[in-house]
Design a binder for this molecule. Structure first.
Ligand SMILES: Nc1ncnc2c1ncn2[C@@H]1O[C@H](COP(=O)(O)OP(=O)(O)O)[C@@H](O)[C@H]1O
Ligand SMILES: [Mg+2]
Length: 313
C-alpha cells in the first residue's frame, strides 16, 4: 500500500534523511520511531506531497507521489505535526471547510461529517469552537479532518504528543480502531506507543533507517547477543579488565556472588555482535572458571536506546 524507495532530502547542504526505504502492507499500522530531529516529519511531508525529495520515489496505493500526485493525495489523510486548525470555527464548520476544500460532494460531505464526529468521539463538541478545546480533543479533530474523504492511507505525525495521559490512552485506542479501515504510518518518539499500537516498526536516527521489524522481533532478534550475565571464578578485577578488552565489549560491571573467588559479571556488547564464544575462550585460556553464562534479552527500549545513541553501532 505504501512503498518508499531510497528517499533522501537535503535542506541546502544539510542532510535531513538519506536513502530511506520501507514498505507498509495494506491494513498495517507502521510505527515510525525516532528521536527529535531524526527525519520523521521530513519523510511524512514528502509522502504527503507537501515537499519534493532530493532523490528517491514513493508510491501510495500504487500511485507515484509525483507523477500521479493528485491520485496519490486522494488516498492520503494527513495529520501534520503542528495540526493547524482554525480556532474560531466550530468542529462541524471546520470539517465542512476542509471537505469543501477537498471538493467533496455536498451530500457525501454531510454524511461523512456525522460519521467522523461519531468515530472520533466528538459528539459533545460538534458545535464547540476549536480554541475552547483541549489539545487532545484538537488532535482528534485533526484526525477527523484527515479521514473525512475515506483515504486508504493515514499519515499521523506524532498524534499523541503533548496531550494529557487520559487522552493519550483514548487516542491510541482510536488509532487502533482506524487501523481496521486504513493503512497507517504513525510517527512517535515514544517507545511503548509502538508496542501498544503498531504491528511493524522502523527506527530512524539522524536521517538513517537503522532497523525495521515487528516490535516483538526487534527485541528478540538481537537478544542473547548483547547483554550477557556470566559467573566466573577468578580474580575479579583482572577478569573485568580482560573482558573489557574483548572486541565488541562496551561495558563490564561485576559483583561478588558471596561464594569465595567467584563473581557475577554483566557484560554488554555492541549490537549484533555475539561475544559468547570469545568470552568463554578467554576465561578458559586464562585458567579461570566459567561457571555460568546466560544471555539477557533486550527490551525494545534497550534496543531503541542502543540504536539511537551517538556511539558507533
Ligand atoms: N525546513 C527546514 N530547513 C532546514 N532544516 C530542516 C528543515 N526542516 C527540518 N530540518 C532539519 O532536518 C532534521 C530532521 O527534522 P524533522 O524531519 O523535523 O525530524 P523529526 O520529525 O524526526 O523530529 C532536523 O535536524 C531539522 O532541524
Ligand atoms: Mg517531527
Amino acid at each position: 500500500m505504501i512503498e518508499v524507495e531510497h528517499l533522501s532530502k537535503y535542506y541546502g547542504n544539510f542532510m535531513a534523511i538519506e536513502d530511506i526505504s520501507f514498505k507498509v502492507e495494506k491494513g498495517e499500522i507502521l510505527g515510525f520511531l525516532g528521536p527529535n530531529g531524526a527525519g520523521k516529519t521530513t519523510t511524512m511531508r514528502i509522502l504527503t506531497g507537501y515537499m519534493p525529495p532530493t532523490s528517491g520515489t514513493a508510491r501510495i496505493a500504487g500511485y507515484d507521489i509525483f507523477f500521479d500526485s493528485l491520485k496519490a493525495r486522494r488516498e492520503i489523510g494527513y495529520l501534520p505535526e503542528s495540526n493547524p486548525l482554525y480556532g474560531d470555527m466550530s468542529v462541524r464548520a471546520l470539517l465542512e471547510f476542509f471537505g469543501k476544500l477537498r471538493g467533496l460532494d455536498k451530500k457525501y460531505l454531510k454524511r461523512r461529517i456525522s460519521e467522523v464526529i461519531e468515530k472520533m468521539r466528538l459528539e459533545e463538541y460538534a458545535e464547540t469552537d476549536i480554541n475552547k478545546m483541549s489539545k487532545g480533543f484538537r488532535q482528534r479533530v485533526g484526525v477527523a479532518q484527515a479521514i473525512l474523504h475515506e483515504p486508504a492511507v493515514l499519515i499521523l505525525d506524532e498524534p499523541t504528543i503533548g496531550i494529557d495521559p487520559v487522552q493519550v490512552v483514548e487516542t491510541r485506542q482510536i488509532i487502533k480502531e482506524l487501523g481496521k479501515e486504513h493503512t497507517i504510518i504513525l510517527s512517535t518518539h515514544i517507545l511503548p506507543e509502538v508496542s501498544m499500537v503498531c504491528q511493524k516498526v522502523i527506527i530512524v536516527n539522524e536521517g538513517h533507517l537503522i532497523a525495521a521489524d515487528r516490535p516483538e522481533n526487534l527485541s528478540i532478534g538481537i537478544s542473547g547477543q548483547d547483554k550477557i550475565k556470566a559467573v566466573v571464578r577468578g580474580p575479579m578485577r583482572e577478569v573485568a579488565a580482560a573482558l573489557r578488552d574483548l572486541n565488541g565489549v562496551e561495558t563490564v560491571d561485576y559483583e561478588s556472588t558471596g561464594v569465595d573467588g567467584t563473581a557475577r559479571f554483566n557484560v554488554s556488547a555492541r549490537i549484533n555482535r555475539d561475544i559468547r564464544e570469545d568470552l568463554s575462550k578467554l576465561i578458559v585460556n586464562r585458567g579461570w572458571g566459567l561457571l555460568e553464562m546466560q544471555p539477557v534479552g533486550l527490551s525494545l527500549e534497550d534496543v531503541f536506546v542502543k540504536l539511537t545513541t551517538k556511539e558507533e553501532i
